[in-house]
Design a protein around this ligand. Structure first.
Ligand SMILES: [Fe+2]
Length: 274
């Protein structure tokens, strides 16, 4: 049971505008703190930022939705996003409950999302009891069939994961990326520029090309990690999200948006969190 199932169709304009949000780390109680940051408040600030964007068709949440697996975090997340009046689709990360069957949240945990000209595939890289990611055989099969379909119908494919498929240049985080990410990238390779991968987990903005496929990560909606760090190190950059504009002809544009109307001082001396 991966928790991701079913399909949603977006009633979007030909240029589909989606926002990736990640690593919200909402805690059991409102006002819960991660490395000095109130994760409810920082998510609210990112939501204000999203509300300023026009014509957003969907939100994609790439895992670590809850910081401590609590049910209440998912309810607050749903309620917090509701004001945006945009459909939101979620996938789990290592901090989310491993056995969670997402009762009551099924409309969010979809496997496939159909845009007018693009398809979106949500993959689960969560490995119960572990921080690092891995794609189970069933997830690789979903990926292989999505690639096959995309090759035959010429619709570009956006793949969303929690853990990145390859390292991002931070030694401590690179030990946690999808263990069999190279296999996933070779499955995606035939699509080349007609595939895009977006991931979370690393709490920082990166842009890389692997096997001819563009791969992005996104800032967290709360605390950020320092690029190029050998071991756990936080960064003082603002919370943010990623805007993707998916064009009819397979081109896309993307940019990271960061909160500027409120500051979130981080505990820079922190040496980690559970
Ligand atoms: Fe994570």
């Amino acid at each position: 049971m991966t928790g991701l199932s079913g399909e949603a169709t977006l009633n979007a304009s030909p240029v589909c505008r989606v926002i990736q949000l990640s690593d919200t780390h909402l805690m059991r109680d409102p006002g819960g703190v991660l490395v000095g940051i109130d994760t409810d408040r920082s998510l609210a600030a990112v939501c204000r930022l999203i509300a300023q964007q026009s014509g957003i068709d969907a939100l994609l949440l790439t895992g670590d939705l809850a910081g401590d697996e609590s049910e209440s975090a998912y309810s607050r997340l749903r309620d917090g996003l509701a004001a945006l009046q945009v459909p939101s689709f979620w996938l789990p990360g290592n901090h989310d409950a491993p056995e969670r069957r997402y009762a009551g949240f099924e409309t969010h945990f979809k496997r496939h999302i159909r845009c007018p000209h693009w398809d979106i595939l949500m993959l689960n890289t969560q490995r119960p009891g572990e921080v690092a990611g891995c794609l189970a055989e069933a997830e690789l099969k979903f990926l292989a069939s999505a690639v096959e379909r995309s090759l035959s119908n010429r619709r570009p494919l956006l793949v969303a994961t929690h853990h990145p498929l390859a390292g991002v240049g931070c030694q401590w985080l690179d030990e946690q990326v999808v263990r069999n990410g190279a296999e996933a990238l070779s499955i995606l390779e035939p699509l080349g520029e007609r595939a895009v991968v977006i991931s979370g987990h690393v709490h920082q903005e990166t842009s890389q090309v692997h096997n001819g496929v563009r791969c992005f990560t996104v800032p967290s909606t709360c605390v950020q990690f320092a690029p190029g760090s050998q071991q756990f190190r936080v960064d003082d950059l603002a919370p943010g999200c990623r805007l993707l504009e998916l064009y009819e002809d397979g081109r896309f544009e993307t940019q990271v948006l960061r909160v500027a109307d409120e500051s979130f001082p981080v505990d820079c001396l922190s040496t980690g969190y559970a």
